[in-house]
Every structure is written in C-alpha cells, then in structure tokens.
Design a protein around this ligand. Structure first.
Ligand code: GRG
Length: 311
C-alpha cells in the first residue's frame, strides 16, 4: 500500500485541480437518476410504488452508486455491468433513510429537502416502502445485471446482504439506538456505530463495482482500504455538518445530535480536531489508490469531495 507521505507527489502527477469533479458528479448523477427512474414504474397497488418513488427520486448526492460506477470503470468494466448494483445501492440507502426517520428511530420530519416518507404516507406505508425497496434491490441486481458472470453477481448479492444486516447497517443502528442519551460512550463504540451504520454500505459500494468488473483480490483489498477511510471520514464530516450547517443546507433537521444527546466525533474531539482527523483519513484513502495511476483520478476527487462537501 502506498503511504500517506506519497500524497504530494500524487497530486502533482494527477494534477487534481484540472479534474472536473462538478461535471463528473453531475454527469453520473444524471445517469443514475435516469436508471432509477426506469427501474421503478408505478403499478398496482399504486400507493406503495408512489411511496417508494417519493423517497428514491427525492435527490440526494447519489454517492454510493457513483462510487460503484467509478470502481467498475477503474477496473476495466463498463457502465451496464455496474448500473443495476448502483441502483440497488441507492435503493438500500434510501430504505435505510426512510426507516431511520421513523418515530421509533430518529423521528425526523425532513429528509432530502422534503417531508419524510412517514409524514406523507404514514408509518405503516413508510415501513412497507422501506421493506419493498430492500427486497427489490436484491431482485434488481439478480435480474438486471448484464455482462457479468453469475459467480460475480452472487458474490455481490452476498456482500450486499452482509452490509445491510446485523453485521452492517442494522448492527450499527442497534448500537446507536442503545447509546442514545449516553454522551459518555467510548471512541471504540462510536467507531463501531459508524463503521457499521455508514461505513459498511459505502465499502460495498466501492468493492462491488470492482468485483463486477472482475478485479483481482489484491485490487479489491486495496479498494476496501480506500473505502474504509472515506467511510469514516464521511461520518466525521456528517457529525461536523450537523453542528455547523443549517437545516436548509442539509435538507434535514440540523442540530439533531446535540438534541438527542448523542456522542459524536465533535463531542469527543471538538470541531477542529474532527476536521483534521477527517482530512487525515482522506489523505490515507487517496494514498491507498495511488497504485492505480491516472485512472484513480475520480476516486481521488471523490475522497476530497467527502471532506469539502457542505451537505
Ligand atoms: C438496512 C435493513 C436495514 C434497516 C435500516 C435505520 C437503519 C437500519 C440504519 C440507519 C442507517 C443510516 C440512516 C445511516 C446514516 C448514513 C448517512 C450518513 C446518511 C446520509 O447519507 P448522504 O449524505 O445522504 O449520502 P443523501 O441524501 O445525499 O443520499
């Protein structure tokens, strides 16, 4: 693995300043939006499809699908090979947001700049919309992936399953709920929560694209190192933004962590140290993928975007 100290020479080699991240994100977001739109038509019983689409098509950065498309491309694969998984990742992410916002969980009224799913459709339909999106995500990968061997598709399905279950999102969420109201939790517990609740899905987003493209195990392991670093950096920045950004900027209620007396990285380290730690992780992530040469440019820029983002 390339060390962090190689970062300066890396930036010179790739001249990251010339990479048009804005254009790259906008292009990939549009492709993902179109694929998602086509993936979920409204049929009978309309209410459930409308509720699923309400949250799925509400915008969002589409970071997980974009990471999946980027690593597939980096490893020599094509967009059609990865698009079904990219959509599935967004379906899973969206269902986790719907369930996270429910009164029994974080109890939020706004998400992605609009009322939360249960505020519009009721708790019952919102729960079912989440369930249906989760089930459909797996069906979609299995049925709609093109140009990839069944063995690779099966591995992606298994990895996705692990990342959402008790070893992933659900495990992280359970420890998060149990820690609520306890501002004294340890850094170890906080890191467990976030590597599972946030990191697991980001990691599979990165590795699934590579698996679909037929990457070797060493490359998958390197990408997994990159993903672990950006996953944690992403959550540290999320915690900072919850304090420093407005509800309008975030598209959801700001200041929720303080209100719920949640331990966060800023509550343990302060804002400046949290930013420094996030930057260090991003540098580490970028150093990990330097071995891939100029093709890694999107992954380098996406890592920078994670610390620079404002929502
Ligand atoms: C997965 C079966 C299953 C159940 C869900 C509720 C729950 C269990 C887990 C919570 C997961 C969760 C909401 C984690 C937070 C992750 C996070 C930082 C979300 C914000 O992601 P962004 O900023 O959002 O990428 P956009 O809206 O841009 O997509």
């Amino acid at each position: 693995m390339v060390t962090t100290s190689s970062q300066d020479s890396l930036s010179q080699t790739f001249d990251l300043k010339t990479f048009d991240l804005k254009g790259y994100l906008s292009d990939r977001q549009q492709r993902v939006e179109a694929a998602l739109d086509g993936a979920l038509p409204v049929v009978y019983p309309e209410t459930i499809y409308e509720s699923m689409r309400y949250s799925l098509m509400a915008g969002g950065k589409r970071l997980r699908p974009i990471l999946c498309l980027a690593t597939c491309e980096l490893m020599g694969g094509s967009e059609p090979m990865a698009m079904a998984t990219a959509c599935a990742l967004e379906m899973i992410h969206t269902m986790s947001l719907i369930h996270d916002d429910l009164p029994a969980m974080d109890n939020d009224d706004y998400r992605r700049g609009q009322l939360t799913n249960h505020k519009v459709y009721g708790d019952d339909v919102a729960i079912l919309a989440g369930d249906a999106l989760l089930a459909y995500a797996f069906e979609y990968v299995a049925r709609q992936t093109v140009g990839v061997s069944p063995e690779r598709i099966l591995r992606v399905v298994a990895d996705l399953g692990r990342s959402v279950g008790a070893e992933g999102l659900v495990g992280g969420q359970v420890v998060d709920l149990a820690s609520e109201g306890n501002p004294d939790i340890t850094l170890e517990t906080l890191t467990y929560i976030h590597t599972h609740k946030t990191g697991a899905l980001l990691e599979v987003s990165v590795t699934a694209g590579a698996i679909l493209a037929g990457a070797d195990e060493a490359a998958i392991a390197t990408l997994s190192d990159y993903a672990k670093c950006i996953g944690l950096a992403f959550q540290i920045v999320d915690d900072v933004l919850d304090i420093t950004a407005t509800s309008e900027e975030l598209g959801k209620s700001a200041g929720k962590d303080l209100q719920a007396q949640k331990a966060t990285y800023p509550s343990l380290w302060g804002i400046e140290e949290s930013r420094r730690q996030a930057q260090q992780l991003v540098d580490q992530a970028k150093a990990a993928v330097a071995c891939f040469g100029a093709g890694a440019q999107p992954l380098l820029a996406l890592a920078d975007y994670i610390v620079a983002r404002t929502h």
